[in-house]
Write a protein that binds this ligand. Structure first.
Ligand code: SF4
Length: 239
């Protein structure tokens, strides 16, 4: 069995603790308006096809550097390829390497539950708390992600939650309060990252020839970021 991989990075520092080897997997069922990797959407445009063993060989090349970090699978939506990740993560765990998945939580099935047994940390995007606005932002319903969170709670899986702050889409005061209150009820949340929207992926949208609706949306100002952070802090979130 082979994994369809968009790209990989040996020294990632943003997707989990420590220095990490990151696999960006190909394919995603969501269509987030602010997506910074729209070139991962199609299940077909992968640059690499690797078996889990071949992928793990790449990891071993930098094992000394990631000993305080680990391996993260991101995307796209990595859980579209649970068979590949399950085998890769088994190899990681056999070798004492920390594992993380960066996901929207949109998918959950028995294979994914098996992957989660070998996953140390879930980096979970809760992209909006209002179901209608979630759908506007991602093209998909919020409900599967809530179901995914229930499962993570049930198995006591550590979570780092992420939220992209997009002016005019996800920065409403009421929504931020509702989001913060909800996240404060998830018992295994270890960290919350508020990620300011940016325009650095605009060229990728042009490359794939898809209309980019956020072309004229500005990045949030420092004041807007501080304001959002202060709202979330009222819920004692680990920001
Ligand atoms: S889930 Fe991630 S990769 Fe998929 S569309 Fe949204 S931002 Fe892009």
């Amino acid at each position: 069995m082979k994994g369809f991989i968009h790209s990989f990075e040996s020294f990632g520092t943003k997707d989990g603790p420590g220095i990490r080897f990151i696999f960006f997997m190909q394919g995603c069922p969501l269509r987030c308006l602010y997506c910074h990797n729209p070139d991962t959407w199609s299940a077909k445009n992968h640059a690499f096809e690797m078996t889990p063993e071949e992928a793990f060989k790449e990891v071993l090349k930098v094992k000394a550097f990631i000993r305080n970090g680990g391996v993260t699978v991101s995307g796209g939506e990595p859980l579209l390829q649970p068979d590949f990740i399950l085998e890769l993560f088994k190899l990681c765990k056999e070798n004492g390497i920390h594992t993380a998945i960066d996901t929207s939580g949109y998918l959950l099935n028995d294979k994914i539950k098996a992957v989660l047994e070998y996953t140390d940390l879930v980096l979970l995007d809760i992209k909006h708390i209002d179901p209608d606005k979630y759908k506007t932002l991602t093209s998909k319903p919020l409900e599967p992600t809530l179901h995914f969170i229930d499962y993570l709670t049930e198995i006591k899986k550590p979570i780092w939650v992420r939220y992209v702050l997009v002016p005019g889409y996800s920065d409403g005061e009421k929504d931020l309060h509702k989001w913060g209150k909800f996240v404060s009820t998830i018992p295994t949340v270890e960290r919350v990252d508020l990620l300011p929207f940016h325009q650095m992926a605009m060229h990728k949208w042009e490359q794939i020839g898809t209309a980019y609706q956020l072309k004229n949306t500005p990045a949030p100002t420092k004041e807007e970021i501080d304001r959002a952070e202060n709202i979330l802090k009222t819920y004692q979130l680990p920001l």
